[in-house]
Design a protein around this ligand. Structure first.
Ligand SMILES: [Zn+2]
Length: 270
């Protein structure tokens, strides 16, 4: 599933290919997504210029002149820029056409969102409730400490709550907690300021490392073949149950937290 680094990589990959370009057509082959692709997209977006491509949480926001095209990759979505005449594959549901090229949305499981919204993006019902951006200057140990006081929620679930902090999914929450030496089950409200500082730094470092690793896949956003631009980084704990910890050799443990698998090193994380 695309997480924040993959969406950021997608954002950086497509921005130079679509910013400043004018949409000449919108082709919707299948409107049945998590929410239906609205008819207004194909009616209103053509002839408009895309001024800016940005990311908010795991949403891509393509700012046009009278509104914003909002895209979420869901569980299995991907975006690539292809020649407009390239025959669509199965699951290529939407094309945003720019003259001789097209931004093509592919999503086998159709949990994604392609929406058109007239108004400021931050007023969209899916964007308005989003929490703080982990890579913003506002997100810090001080912020985390203040936000978590009185909360008994395990710190891993606290990090993954998009109303609190956006875009820190299961992999990155597990990896950040390992880097900060914090056990995922620790009640959020019990973390002292120094540990909140370590954790905020670990969240940023983990995401930035993944984005840097994704930089090498940017070429995948152009052209007709190749895998979507997702990438695997070398995990410390995620998906490594029973394998030796990369720091101390202790077998990595796994348990279920909030219906998701959590991985940790019982020696390094206290
Ligand atoms: Zn360890």
């Amino acid at each position: 599933m695309p997480e924040l680094p993959e969406v950021e990589t997608t954002c950086r990959g497509i921005a130079p290919l679509v910013e400043g370009r004018t949409v000449t057509a919108v082709i919707v082959r299948d409107a049945r997504m998590r929410r239906p692709v609205p008819d207004s997209l194909a009616e209103e977006l053509p002839s408009q210029r895309i001024d800016q491509v940005q990311r908010r949480g795991k949403y891509l926001l393509l700012q046009a002149q009278t509104g914003v095209l909002l895209i979420h990759l869901g569980m299995s979505g991907s975006l690539r820029v292809v020649p407009r005449d390239l025959p669509p594959r199965k699951h290529d549901h939407v094309d945003i056409v720019f003259g001789d090229s097209a931004l093509r949305y592919h999503d086998p499981r159709r949990f994604g969102v392609v929406d058109w919204f007239v108004g400021p993006a931050e007023e969209h019902s899916l964007i308005a409730p989003l929490g703080i951006e982990p890579l913003s200057a506002d997100f810090s140990g001080t912020w985390l400490h203040r936000a978590s006081r009185g909360r008994r929620t395990p710190i891993k679930l606290f990090l993954m709550d998009a109303h609190t902090l956006v875009g820190v999914g299961n992999i990155y929450a597990s990896e950040s907690l390992f880097r900060a030496g914090i056990r995922p089950t620790t009640p959020a409200g019990r973390l002292a300021l120094a540990r909140c500082d370590s954790l905020a730094q670990a969240v940023k470092a983990t995401l930035l490392d993944a984005i840097a690793a994704g930089g090498s896949t940017l070429r995948d956003f152009v052209g007709s073949d190749g895998a979507p631009g997702y990438f695997q980084h070398e995990a410390f704990v995620y998906g490594r149950a029973g394998s030796p910890c990369r720091h101390c050799g202790t077998p990595i443990r796994q348990r279920t937290q909030g219906q998701r698998s959590t991985f940790w090193c019982p020696a390094c994380q206290t």
